[in-house]
Design a protein around this ligand. Structure first.
Ligand code: ZN
Ligand code: ZN
Length: 150
């Protein structure tokens, strides 16, 4: 599993992998330490049950953009086949297979947009739900207005 998330301070992209001790990852652009909380499922099951960045449990899955790269490989292989007597089909098909078949889905956190790659998809996570995202946003807004008045 690989995690890509945004730095809490400068919004630069940070990358991490689950580690037993949950060592904080330093942002490459501003050096701020990013505390991450890993669960059993992260460490041993290669599954995402809780966000390691914001500790919430709402996720959606979407197609991995790399899947498109697989198609590009395939088309390149097909296109070059005419000049290379079919030899180019071999790397084309291999590239297609590697990109398309292994973990084609990406798991994304609704709250902090952390992306989880190369993990086993959770059947409970569904495609992006606009209504659910709107409800979350409303909750955040309500929370803010209430705090302003108190
Ligand atoms: Zn940063
Ligand atoms: Zn999150």
């Amino acid at each position: 599993m690989r995690i890509a998330f945004l730095c809490r301070r400068c919004y630069g992209e940070c990358h991490a992998r689950p580690q037993e001790k949950g060592v904080p990852v330093a942002c490459r652009s501003c050096g701020t330490m990013q505390p991450l909380r890993f669960t059993r499922a992260h460490l041993t099951g290669n599954r995402v049950d809780r966000c390691a960045v914001c500790n919430r449990e709402d996720f959606y899955v979407r197609e991995e953009p790399r899947k498109l790269m697989g198609l590009v490989y395939l088309l390149l292989g097909l296109g070059l086949a005419y000049w290379t007597y079919g030899i180019s089909l071999v790397p084309g098909l291999l590239g297609f297979d590697r990109h398309y078949r292994r973990f084609p889905k990406l798991t994304v956190c609704y709250h902090c947009y952390a992306k989880y790659r190369d993990c086993r998809p959770d059947p409970e996570h569904s495609e992006y739900d606009l209504q659910f995202a709107e409800r979350l946003e409303k909750e955040i807004r309500n929370d803010r207005t209430m705090r302003d008045f108190s």
